[in-house]
Design a protein around this ligand. Structure first.
Ligand code: ADP
Length: 504
């Protein structure tokens, strides 16, 4: 029971936090604001219309009163033509259609629609106030809004009206806004009653639309859940709409491909490492068995030990390379930057590789400019030169040649290693700097290697702010060109560099 309650509450939390809920909520909020705004604007428009219409009516009646009203001996007389029903109607509307009064300047009422006037509090005091504010000619009238004891608003026109002896009297006429406002209020209530219904509809619509829009997202999530380390070939089919979701699916598929490649490389690497480690281990074991069971003389023992030691060295170099790579990739290798005579370093290294090149019947030659200095880490730069040279010799068949060169190129130094070897197929070129990547796998390729050398080279070049280019034609040869920033001549080397030179 308790578990079920927790589950239900969790689902509730998920529902509220869910994208569908939030989208539908946003949709609902948008419509709530829209409908509320619309209601307020329409109501205000209606109020304006009602007010303007009432003012227009009052204007008309005020203009009529100017023509029909005479005041003689303190007696107001309405001169409408009794046979003209329109004139009679206007005059009666003025007198009984709303607030109406004529008063002398002392506030004495001569004629009035008293019941309405009373509800508006139009007593002598108020009348005197109006007289004080009223314009001294009937046109244009002053305007005022009064509210009666029921809360109904009345629009008033008033002004001073002269009799034949030029004595002035206050004339006030008015109209209730009540009827018009009743219509406006009716509209408001009806609108307010319809709004929740419309909102309910909007919420339902938003829920459905958001649900449909999110179907592909749910599909992506379900597919993603099916993906495991051993099932990385799964691809989510594109919907073909070219929208954001299709782009999301594309990115997702590309990410899975990359992960797949990386998993593949790691798997391949494990196989390669075990293979590479097994070979020297088996050899060591063989040498030790020979020493233990069959060696009879000291000489035999010695030979077995020397061979075992060589294999141990090979093993050590593999483990060292792996360790180095992991340190380099995790940023643990701190470069010791000094000024290096790059030309000398390349010349020394080429000298060291002359013997292995001769053994492999490969002609190794160098074309190196004088005094080429760079700023770099001596160990890493040495590793870079050595990796490229050893690869060139490794992948060049007997009778081939390897040419090494160093020369300035603008404010950079170029270092190239060019061979007439087996070359690299164009489609494999983009991958040769990937970790553990080997163009020909070790089963079919007798050349030993872990596929780590060029990963190192690319890391070293990048750490030194350089660039690496490869040109290769399968069956014809390969040329690696590295460009590194040149050490400016006029920059005095720091003391540590001078010490370094002294040691060299
Ligand atoms: P490896 O230990 O296999 O030599 P690298 O990272 O040094 O690893 O090189 C990666 C791959 O690039 C090699 O397996 C090889 O196929 C190819 N390669 C590198 N240098 C050359 C070259 N000079 N000629 C032909 N192929 C090369």
């Amino acid at each position: 029971m308790i578990t079920r309650a927790i589950k239900r509450s969790r689902q509730g939390v998920n529902l509220v936090r869910g994208l569908r809920f939030r989208l539908a909520g946003a949709f609902l909020l948008f419509f709530l604001l829209l409908l509320a705004g619309l209601g307020i604007v329409v109501r205000q428009l209606l109020v304006n219309i009602v007010t303007n219409q009432t003012y227009a009516l009052l204007d008309e009646e005020w203009a009529a009163s100017k023509g029909y009203l005479r005041i003689e001996n303190q007696r107001p007389l309405w001169m409408a033509d009794p046979v003209d029903p329109e004139e009679a109607l206007i005059v009666s509307r003025i007198q009984v259609g709303g607030p109406y009064l004529i008063a002398d300047t002392d506030g004495n009422i001569l004629q009035a629609n008293s019941p309405i006037n009373q509800t508006l509090g139009l007593d002598t005091e108020k009348i005197k106030q109006l007289i004080a504010k009223a314009p001294q000619s009937p046109q244009p009238p002053a305007r005022e809004v009064l509210i009666d004891n029921q809360g109904t608003s009345f629009l008033l026109h008033y002004g001073m009206f002269p009799d034949l002896r030029h004595r002035y009297y206050l004339l006030l006429i008015g109209r209730s806004l009540g009827d018009g406002m009743k219509t406006v209020n009716q509209f408001t209530w009806r609108y307010a009653a319809v709004v929740p219904l419309m909102l309910l509809l909007c919420a339902g619509l938003g829920w459905v639309v958001a649900g449909r829009a999110l179907v592909p997202v749910t599909e992506v999530a379900q597919t993603a859940q099916r993906i495991t380390g051993s099932n990385l070939s799964v691809q989510i089919p594109l919907r073909g709409s070219g929208d954001e979701l299709d782009r999301l699916i594309q990115s997702f598929n590309r990410m899975i491909q990359r992960l797949n490649r990386s998993f593949e490389q790691t798997r391949q690497f494990s196989t390669d490492v075990s293979h590479e480690l097994r070979t020297p281990l088996t050899a060591i074991r063989g040498q030790l068995e020979v020493a233990l069971f069959t060696a009879e003389t000291t000489e035999h023992f010695r030979d077995a030990m020397v061979n075992a030691l060589q294999d141990v060295e090979h093993l050590t170099s593999i483990v060292k390379a792996l360790l180095m790579l992991s340190q380099a990739e995790s940023g643990q290798v701190v470069l010791q930057m000094t000024t290096l005579n790059f030309g000398d370093m390349v010349r020394d290294m080429v000298d060291q590789y002359q013997i292995p090149a001769e053994e492999a019947q490969i002609h190794l030659e160098i074309d190196c400019a004088e005094d080429v200095t760079i700023r770099g880490d001596k160990v890493q730069i040495g590793r870079l030169i050595s990796n490229l040279l050893s690869n060139a010799i490794k992948y060049t068949p007997a009778g081939g040649s390897v040419r090494v060169g160093v020369g300035p190129r603008g404010d950079m130094v170029a270092f190239w290693v060019e061979d007439t070897g087996i070359g690299i197929p164009a489609e494999k070129l983009p991958h040769i700097f990937d970790r553990f990547y080997r163009v020909r796998r070790s089963e079919s390729n007798p050349v030993q290697g872990l596929g780590l050398g060029l990963s190192f080279v690319s890391w070293i070049v990048q750490e030194h702010g350089g660039k690496i280019d490869v040109d290769s034609t399968e069956g014809k040869g390969t040329r690696f060109t590295i460009t590194l920033p040149l050490q400016p001549r006029d920059v005095a080397p720091p003391p540590s560099v001078a010490a370094d030179h002294a040691r060299l």
